[in-house]
Design a protein around this ligand. Structure first.
Ligand SMILES: [Zn+2]
Length: 382
């Protein structure tokens, strides 16, 4: 019983401390940039770039960006997954890997989240901007989910899709996960599309959800594909408005092909992702008030250069290698050759958007206390 009381007081003390961190977080500060475009090459390490250039003889547009540094990708679990990696970039906070949290840190590990982190899409919307996501993954994939919903498990595709439907984002374009319901999305004010063709002729006054069917939109270089770069151009055109926008573009197939050690698929995906970067920077140059950030959530495949000078995959999993971080339009995030922690990306975007000097924000969830107390009472009854 003594031990239990000690544990109880510790838990209560922790709860009080945690609830104090819920200080006001809705201060809007003057914004100093209109638009931010963040492009995430899922699984893209520095050696993915080097290997692709060596093998294909192609130059990469992203090499021409003026600020070139690196991002450290470890999560609270150590080696990160895409959920925690996405959360760090989207919210500016570290997190545990998928079974412990996608967009909320768990204290009890059962589903009650102690905190909800605000993501940069939500922050953009709060300052009157538009916000959108384009991905070659399914809409419920870990990376797009990090920028649109809050859930403790990345596998909850239905819950993620439901939250996206109820979200205030202006645009979510992804591969169909077979779950999203057209009527439901339309009842919440979205247009619902399934092909690239439809996206070209949309009512601009409505928010746009796309569940692209089949293999279209996969960035593999297949001729049937709606290429990521084309969708990026369409999305920018849709989101561009007087108050500005935040857009996240994900090239998901760099990671997928690297998990399977498929060299050609990885390179095609990377070259298409690079074209999307060029599309974004072309817009930024014309606009004159846009920051473009290019990075990855983690490296996949542990690509290394062997003694023979040849690159190759040495794993089918994520690695802890620092990933490229390239910026156009601001010298405030990373200096040439500098290695920074991935959460700095989320913090930087939040501040540039003008949401809060202490961005990002986290909100304590009262439901967590309720669950904590019922667990304690259940313990006493035992
Ligand atoms: Zn992965």
């Amino acid at each position: 019983m003594k031990k239990f009381c000690k544990a109880l007081s510790l838990i209560l003390a922790l709860a009080v401390i945690l609830s104090c961190v819920t200080a006001a977080f809705s201060i809007v500060i003057p914004q100093d940039v209109k638009n931010i475009i963040l492009l995430i090459g899922d699984g893209m390490g520095e050696n993915h770039l080097e290997w692709t250039k060596a093998e294909t003889g192609e130059k990469l547009f992203m090499d021409s960006l003026p600020y070139k540094g690196y991002s450290k990708t470890d999560s609270l679990s150590g080696l990160t997954d895409s959920a925690a990696g996405g959360t760090a970039l989207a919210c500016g906070y570290h997190n545990f890997n998928s079974n412990l949290g996608t967009l909320s840190v768990l204290i009890n590990g059962q589903g009650a989240t102690a905190f909800t982190y605000m993501n940069v899409s939500e922050a953009a919307i709060k300052t009157g901007k538009k916000a959108g996501i384009v991905t070659s993954d399914e809409n419920s994939g870990a990376t797009p989910a990090s920028f649109s919903v809050h859930t403790y498990k990345r596998e909850l595709a239905e819950e993620i899709t439901k939250q996206q439907c109820e979200s205030e984002l202006d645009l979510i374009w992804a591969i169909d996960n077979g779950i999203s319901d057209k009527a439901e999305f339309e009842s919440k004010g979205w247009t619902y599309s399934t092909t690239e063709e439809e996206l070209r002729n949309l009512d601009k006054s409505k928010r746009s959800f796309a569940a692209i069917s089949g293999s279209i939109c996969y960035d593999t270089g297949d001729e049937k594909d709606a290429p990521l770069s084309g969708l990026t151009a369409l999305a920018i055109d849709r989101l561009d408005n007087d108050r500005g926008f935040f857009l996240m573009v994900e090239g998901a197939h760099i990671d997928k092909n690297s998990h399977s050690n498929i060299k050609e698929g990885m390179m095609k995906s990377l070259l298409e992702f690079d074209k999307a970067v060029e599309t974004a920077v072309d817009f930024a140059k014309k606009d004159g008030n846009t920051i473009v950030i290019v990075t990855a959530d983690h490296e996949t495949g542990a690509i290394t250069k062997g003694k023979n000078g040849e690159y190759g995959f040495t794993s089918g999993d994520h690695s802890r290698a620092d990933v490229p971080l390239r910026v156009f339009g601001s010298d405030g995030l990373v200096k040439d050759g500098e290695h920074i922690v991935n959460t700095e990306v989320g913090k930087f975007i939040g501040k540039k958007i003008g949401y809060d000097g202490r961005f990002p924000s986290m909100k304590f969830n009262p439901a967590f206390l309720k669950e904590l107390f019922s667990a304690i009472i259940a313990g006493i009854k035992k």
